[in-house]
Design a protein. Structure first.
Length: 118
């Protein structure tokens, strides 16, 4: 993060200050000063798929996501069932003229509106 900040703000400081800070950061990165665990330097990270605790954590996240999908699906179905024809009713109440759409479409829309709104 320090290197990113230095590079992003390089135009705000003098070139000599930039070079000295850059040299400090390069040496610190080579020495591993900013590493959280310097002992694991150069070693590969453990695979989370082989750790049972990590697998349980991933399964827990997946279970919570699936558990949230069920109520969302039910709510979407409820909205679809109770508000079907609502837009058509609003069109008819706002003064949609018969000349704007075909006769058959208007008859079907008004019939649906009567069943949905009443």
């Amino acid at each position: 993060m320090r290197g990113v900040n230095l590079r992003a703000n390089a135009n705000a400081i003098s070139p000599t200050s930039f070079q000295s800070r850059k040299a400090f950061l390069v040496e610190a990165y080579k020495a591993g000063t900013f590493l959280a665990d310097p002992g694991s330097r150069g070693k590969a990270r453990p695979n989370p798929m082989t750790d049972p605790a990590a697998m349980e954590g991933m399964m827990g996240m997946m279970k919570s996501n699936v558990a949230m999908m069920v109520p969302q699906t039910l709510i979407m179905g409820w909205i679809n069932a109770f508000f079907s024809g609502f837009v058509i009713c609003m069109w008819l109440h706002c003064g949609l003229e018969a000349g704007m759409v075909g006769h058959n479409l208007l008859c079907q829309a008004s019939e649906r509106c009567l069943h949905a709104c009443v």
